[in-house]
Design a protein around this ligand. Structure first.
Ligand SMILES: Cc1cc2nc3c(=O)[nH]c(=O)nc-3n(C[C@H](O)[C@H](O)[C@H](O)COP(=O)(O)O)c2cc1C
Length: 330
């Protein structure tokens, strides 16, 4: 059993947080991760309070384990978020933020409702700001991470500096897709890992099969950090498969496909270079849509239940760490 300050704080049995992977971070995925002992995350970015409540209640019906709520502040005005943050903090034991500067007002709202607050950060300065804002733990995101990234340097260098700078549980994010890489960050002092790309291939994530097939076929070298998918959010770097960047650049026309909202059936065009997560509810030129992927992509070998991913990662990490512990056989 891998016990850390993080597992004790949030009530997990394994030091794994499922990253809030956009539209794939649905209640089913979060509940499956929580049932397996990790911290599941439901993305509630941009949702009004009643939808936040519905999504978190759906997850809660599936698992009594730890399930957090996530707000991606790149996509919303933090000033418009408070009511949704209250709705989240009243139902989820952890409310997580990413992208804006750590905001003490949002952290206070979370604490007032009795939940823990966390912030994904990309620098030592941001980590200190999160600690000063009152966050209960932080996630240090290295440049290897899939999706949008604040990190400018490699994970180990950042983790090393952040662990020295703040006295909070610190999770490591970026490039962790195997038990070996999980063991490495735990051995370095991280209290756990936030894992994104591996969970895109979880059965419950409902990612588009062609996106998952592309991940399975890719190596870390096939990912690249750029600001290609910047239609609505310019200047926000992200890591994605090079093939999707090239296909989007080569695509002729402004509309690459369509999204059908599974909750109400409304349809919306997917525009070229638009930021979105390619779920099963998207159709069209899938190859020209953003294939978010971290350097962890090597760990994506097949579609698996989320619980199996959690067990595989935690089991392998634990075996490796036991090998290194004093008195164990070489
Ligand atoms: C498909 C995908 C979508 C993501 N969407 C978000 C998001 O909405 N909010 C967020 O904080 N991070 C998001 N991330 C980044 C993760 O929080 C995390 O930093 C990253 O997945 C870690 O690297 P890894 O993908 O190599 O595991 C996303 C990552 C992926 C792969």
């Amino acid at each position: 059993m891998l016990t850390t300050r993080f597992t004790e704080l949030v009530g997990c049995t394994v030091p794994i947080q499922q990253a809030p992977i956009g539209g794939c971070a649905n209640p089913r995925l979060a509940a499956a991760v929580a049932e397996a002992g990790g911290l599941g995350m439901v993305s509630v970015t941009g949702d009004p309070p009643e939808i936040v409540a519905t999504r978190l209640d759906q997850a809660r019906q599936l698992s009594a384990g730890p399930i957090g709520a996530h707000f991606f502040l790149l996509m919303i005005d933090p000033a418009s978020a408070p009511e949704s943050v209250v709705a989240a903090a009243e139902r989820a034991p952890v409310v997580d933020f990413f992208y804006a500067n750590p905001d003490p007002a949002l952290v206070d709202i979370v604490h007032a409702a009795g939940a823990l607050a966390s912030w994904q950060i990309g620098s030592v300065e941001e980590a200190r700001a999160a600690a000063d804002a009152g966050c209960d733990f932080v996630i240090a995101q290295g440049i290897e991470a899939g999706g949008h990234g604040r990190g400018q340097i490699g994970l180990l260098a950042l983790l090393d500096a952040v662990l020295s700078a703040v006295d909070l549980p610190v999770l490591a994010a970026g490039g962790i897709g195997t038990g070996r890489t999980l063991a490495a960050v735990l051995a370095a002092g991280a209290d756990g890992a936030r894992i994104g790309t591996r969970f895109v291939a979880a059965e419950e994530a409902e990612a588009h099969p062609r996106y998952v097939e592309a991940l399975i076929a890719s190596r870390p070298e096939d990912t690249v950090r750029s600001d290609t998918f910047a239609l609505d959010y310019p200047g926000a770097p992200h890591r994605a498969l090079r093939s999707s960047i090239e296909a989007a650049q080569a695509f002729q026309g402004d509309v690459v496909g369509e999204f059908v909202d599974p909750t109400d059936g409304t349809r919306a065009p997917v525009r070229r270079f638009q930021k979105l997560t390619i779920t099963r509810h998207v159709s069209g030129a899938i190859e020209a849509m953003p294939h978010w992927a971290g350097e962890s992509v090597r760990g994506v070998a097949r579609v698996q239940p989320a619980a199996e991913i959690v067990r595989e990662l935690a089991g392998e990490a634990e075996r490796l760490l036991r090998r290194c512990s004093p008195g164990s056989a070489p």
